[in-house]
Design a protein around this ligand. Structure first.
Ligand code: ADP
Ligand code: F6P
Length: 334
C-alpha cells in the first residue's frame, strides 16, 4: 500500500518518547505499537508518556518494552491515555518539559494528535532543539499536509453504521432525521459520511447554509412524491446545540424532524483495517525520520505516498474541505 521511507540512520539518539494528545482516535494504539517496535528493533529505547502534555510536564513516563504493546493493535482508545493541557501553552512550562526529556536521556519525541497537539510539538522543538516528529491522530481529518488521519476511517464507518440503522426507522415511519456527527470546526466527517449514507443534505461549518434551502428541499421532496423520509447530516459546529436549534427552526417552518447526536461513539471502537495499516506505516516511518536526523515535521499521507510536512505548515495552514461532496450528496437526490 504505502512505500516506507528508505533513509539512513544518522543520529546518536539512543532513547525516544511517544505520547498521544488531544481527542483520542481509533488507531492510536497501533501507532504506539509501531513506533515502539520500530525503535526497539533498531536498538533504541522507548519511553511512553502518560496523558499527553499533562504527563510530560510532570515527568509521568515509563519505559516501554515490546510486550507492553502486545495485544493492542485491535483496540480503540490509547494505551498511553490522552489529555488536553492548557499549561503547555506557556513557554516556561514547555521549557520544564524539555528539561524532563533531557533528564531521562530522551533524544527525540513522537507526538500523535490533532492540529493543537502538533502546534505544541512545533513549539517544543523550536524552543528547545529537541527533535520532535508529529503524527496526525484525530477522527476529524482536518490536518493540513495529509489526506488521511489516524482514526478518520473508523469514525466514518462507525457513524455510517449508526445512520444506516436510523434510516430504517426514518423509512418505516416516513420521518426526517437530523443526525449530528463530530466536527467542531470541520465538515470532513460530515461530508464523507453524508455522501456514503445517501443523505438528503449535508450541513458543515465551512459552507454557508440557509434554513430555507433545507425546508424547500424537504417540501419539494414531498411534493414530487419522493417520500417524506430523509437523513440530514449536520457537523456539530463550534456552538453546541446547533442540531436542536435547526430542528426547532424547521418546526416553525411546518416540518418535523427527529434529532440524533452520535457523539463520542465516533471516537471509540476497534480501528478499521485501513486505520491499522495507516497507523502502522506512519508510526514506523516517524521513527525512520527521527533516527535519520529529521525534526519539526509531521509524517502523513499525500496521494498515497508517505510524506514529511514542516510542522509550521500544519500550524499555519488549513486543510480545505472538498465542497463537491456536499453538492454531490444533493445532486444524487434529484
Ligand atoms: P487536538 O490535538 O486534538 O487538536 P487540542 O486542540 O485540544 O486537540 O490540543 C491538544 C493539546 O495540545 C492542548 O491541550 C495543549 O496541551 C496543546 N496545544 C494546543 N494548542 C497549543 C498551542 N498553541 N501552544 C502549545 N500547546 C498547544
Ligand atoms: O478532535 C476530535 C473531536 O472529536 C471533535 O470532532 C470534537 O468537536 C471534539 O473532539 C470533542 O472533544 P471532547 O469531547 O474531548 O472535548
Amino acid at each position: 500500500m504505502y512505500h516506507l521511507p528508505q533513509l539512513t540512520k544518522n543520529s546518536s539518539i539512543s532513547a525516544i518518547a511517544v505520547m498521544t494528545s488531544g481527542g483520542d482516535s481509533p488507531g492510536m494504539n497501533p501507532a504506539i505499537r509501531s513506533v515502539t517496535r520500530a525503535a526497539l528493533n533498531q536498538g533504541v529505547r522507548v519511553f511512553g508518556i502518560n496523558k499527553g502534555y499533562s504527563g510530560l510536564i510532570i515527568g509521568d513516563l515509563f519505559e516501554l518494552k515490546s510486550h507492553d504493546v502486545s495485544n493492542i493493535v485491535q483496540r480503540g482508545g490509547t494505551l498511553l491515555k490522552s489529555d488536553r493541557c492548557e499549561a503547555f501553552k506557556d513557554p516556561i512550562v514547555r521549557r520544564q518539559a524539555a528539561e524532563i526529556l533531557k533528564e531521562h536521556g530522551i533524544g527525540g519525541l513522537i507526538v500523535i494528535g490533532g492540529d493543537g497537539s502538533l502546534t505544541g510539538a512545533h513549539l517544543l522543538t523550536h524552543e528547545s532543539g529537541i527533535p520532535v516528529i508529529g503524527l496526525p491522530g484525530t477522527i476529524d481529518n482536518d490536518i493540513y499536509g495529509t489526506d488521511d488521519t489516524i482514526g478518520f476511517d473508523t469514525a466514518l464507518n462507525t457513524a455510517l453504521e449508526a445512520i444506516d440503522k436510523i434510516r430504517d426507522t426514518a423509512v418505516s415511519h416516513e420521518r426526517i432525521f437530523l443526525v449530528e456527527v463530530m466536527g467542531r470546526n470541520s465538515g470532513h466527517i460530515a461530508s464523507q459520511v453524508g455522501v456514503a449514507c445517501g443523505a438528503e443534505m449535508i450541513i458543515v461549518p465551512e459552507i454557508d447554509f440557509k434554513l430555507e434551502t433545507l425546508s424547500f428541499t424537504l417540501a419539494n421532496q414531498r411534493a414530487e412524491g419522493r417520500g417524506s423520509s430523509g437523513i440530514i447530516v449536520v457537523a456539530e459546529g463550534p456552538k453546541p446545540g446547533l442540531t436542536y436549534r435547526l430542528a426547532r427552526q424547521l418546526e416553525l417552518d411546518g416540518q418535523t424532524a427527529g434529532v440524533c447526536i452520535l457523539g463520542h461513539i465516533q471516537r471509540g471502537g476497534r480501528p478499521t483495517g485501513h486505520d491499522r495499516v495507516l497507523a502502522s506505516c506512519l508510526g514506523a516511518s516517524a521513527v525512520t525520520y527521527l533516527l535519520a536526523g529529521f525534526s519539526d515535521i509531521m509524517v502523513g499521507i499525500l496521494n498515497s505516498k508517505i510524506t514529511a510536512t514542516p510542522l509550521l505548515d500544519i500550524v499555519e495552514k488549513q486543510k480545505p474541505l472538498n465542497p463537491e461532496l456536499v453538492t454531490l450528496a444533493q445532486l444524487l437526490h434529484k
